[in-house]
Design a protein around this ligand. Structure first.
Ligand SMILES: [Zn+2]
Length: 415
C-alpha cells in the first residue's frame, strides 16, 4: 500500500500557476529539517468554477517537481469527491478525499445498525483510551444513535473507495474520509464509532477529517474557544491511535485538518499536541494561495491593482451567488464591507493591508478577505487577463505564495 508520510500539507492552487512557489516553501522547510510532503488538491467545485480538469493538477505537480528536483514523495488529491464526481479524478489522482458529509444523518439499514452494534459490544462498555483521562463511556442508546447518524455515511465512503479500487487497484492511492463540511462537529466519542465503522467497511483510511468544534471560516482565523479546541483535538488524536490498534486501521492513520486557511490561533496547540503524541498531521490550507496571488497583484500596482479592485467590485455585486456555495464556511458581515468606490481610491499597499491576514494591522478587514476568498470565480472569468497578470508579476506573486506557506503555516505547525 502507498503510505502517506508523517507530515503532509494540502496546497491548493486554483489557477495552477504556483506549483513551483509552493514546492519551494517545502524545499526551504526541508533545509531547516522540517519534512513536509506536498499534496496538491483541487476539488470538483473548484474545477467546475474555474473550468479546469483534474489532470491539470497532476501536470502542474509533475512540472514543479521536475523543475525543482524534488525527490521526496508528493501526491495529487481528488479533493472532496463523491460517487457523482470521482470518475474524472481517478486517472490523475493518488490521494482521494472521500467526502461523505452530505450522507451524515441518513439512516443505514436498521439491520446494518444492529449488526454493527452486535459486532462492537465493546463500544457499549467503558473504553479506556490512552491519553484520555476518563474512559469513553457510551450507553447502548448513545452508541446506537451515533451508528444511526454515521453508519450510512461510512458505507457511502466504502462505495466511493471501492469505485476507486475497481478502477486503479487496491493500495495504489491514499484514502481520506472527510466529514468536515457539515454544520455540526463530531465529538471524539463519535469519532471512535466512525473509525470502527471505517475499519469494518475495509476502508484503509490514512487520514480522517472530522468537523472540529468552532468555526473554520475561509481565509480567516479560528472562531471558538482555543483551549476547548485543544482538548478536543488531543482527544481525537488519542482516539485515532486507539482505533489503529483496536481495529487494525493503517498505522499511518492521522488527523486531517481542513483548515480553510489561516487558523493561526490554533496552530500552536496543534503543533504541541502532535509533538506530544508523536503523531503525524495532514494540514490542508488551500485557498490561501489565491489570496496571496491577489495581494501580490495589488501591490504590483497598475494592471495588477486594477484587477484586484475589479475583483472586489464584482464580488460584492455578486455576493449571494459567490457566497451561497460556501455558506457553512464563511461568516461575512456585509455592513463591514467597504464601498467599491472607496476601494478604488486605495493604492496597492492599502489594498494589500486590507486583505493580508495580519490582525495587528488596523486596515485588515476579515470580511473583505473572506469575500475575496470565495471571489476567485470573478478572476477565473477574466481568463487570460488574470493569467497574463500573474505571468507579468510572476516573481512578486511567487514570493508572496512561498513566504506565506513557509513562515505563517509550515513553521507554525510542523515540528
Ligand atoms: Zn474540507
Amino acid at each position: 500500500m502507498i503510505s502517506i508520510p508523517k507530515y503532509t500539507m494540502g496546497v491548493g492552487d486554483r489557477f495552477g500557476r504556483q506549483g513551483e512557489a509552493q514546492l519551494s516553501a517545502m524545499i526551504a522547510a526541508r533545509k531547516d529539517g522540517i519534512e513536509v510532503c506536498p499534496v496538491w488538491n483541487k476539488s470538483f467545485r473548484e474545477h467546475a468554477i474555474i473550468h479546469t480538469e483534474p489532470p491539470s493538477v497532476r501536470a502542474e505537480a509533475v512540472a514543479a517537481v521536475a523543475a525543482l528536483g524534488w525527490d521526496a514523495p508528493y501526491f495529487v488529491d481528488a479533493d472532496h469527491i463523491n460517487l457523482n464526481t470521482v470518475d474524472g479524478f481517478i486517472a490523475s489522482s493518488d490521494f482521494f478525499t472521500l467526502d461523505v458529509a452530505d450522507a451524515i444523518g441518513t439512516s443505514a439499514d436498521s439491520g446494518d445498525v444492529d449488526a454493527f452494534l452486535a459486532r462492537h459490544r465493546e463500544l457499549c462498555a467503558p473504553v479506556a483510551i490512552e491519553g484520555i483521562g476518563a474512559p469513553v463511556t457510551l450507553s447502548e442508546e448513545r452508541a446506537r444513535a451515533i451508528a444511526e447518524k454515521y453508519l450510512f455515511a461510512v458505507q457511502e465512503a466504502g462505495r466511493i473507495h471501492q469505485r476507486v479500487v475497481d478502477a486503479r487497484g487496491a493500495g495504489t492511492f491514499v484514502t481520506e474520509v472527510s466529514m468536515d463540511e457539515t454544520p455540526e462537529p463530531q465529538t471524539p466519542d463519535e469519532l471512535l464509532v466512525i473509525l470502527a465503522a471505517i475499519a469494518d467497511e475495509g476502508i484503509p483510511a490514512q487520514t480522517i477529517a472530522p468537523r472540529f468544534s468552532g468555526r473554520f471560516n475561509k481565509g480567516v482565523d479560528y472562531v471558538g474557544e482555543v483551549p476547548a479546541f485543544e482538548r478536543e483535538f488531543r482527544a481525537d488524536l488519542a482516539v485515532v491511535a486507539h482505533a489503529v490498534k483496536a481495529y487494525g486501521l493503517p498505522q499511518t492513520l492521522k488527523l486531517s485538518v481542513h483548515s480553510g486557511s489561516d487558523k493561526f490561533s490554533i496552530y500552536p496547540c496543534i503543533a504541541r499536541a502532535i509533538q506530544a503524541a508523536g503523531t503525524g498531521l495532514h494540514l490542508k490550507t488551500a485557498g490561501t494561495t489565491w489570496l496571496e496571488e491577489l495581494i501580490g497583484l495589488a501591490e504590483a500596482g497598475g494592471e495588477g491593482l486594477a484587477i484586484a479592485r475589479e475583483t472586489y467590485r464584482s464580488a460584492l455585486g455578486r455576493f449571494d451567488e459567490l457566497c451561497t456555495p460556501y455558506a457553512d464556511v464563511i461568516d461575512i458581515d456585509p455592513a463591514k464591507l467597504p464601498e467599491p468606490d472607496a476601494v478604488d481610491a486605495w493604492d496597492g499597499p492599502r489594498f494589500a493591508e486590507a486583505m493580508r491576514h495580519d490582525p495587528s494591522c488596523p486596515h485588515y478587514n476579515p470580511d473583505l478577505r473572506q469575500l475575496l476568498h470565495v471571489g476567485y470565480k470573478v478572476a477565473a472569468e477574466m481568463g487570460s487577463r488574470y493569467l497574463d497578470a500573474l505571468e507579468v508579476h510572476r516573481e512578486e506573486v511567487a514570493h508572496h505564495v512561498r513566504e506565506n506557506l513557509l513562515e505563517r503555516h509550515i513553521r507554525a505547525v510542523f515540528p
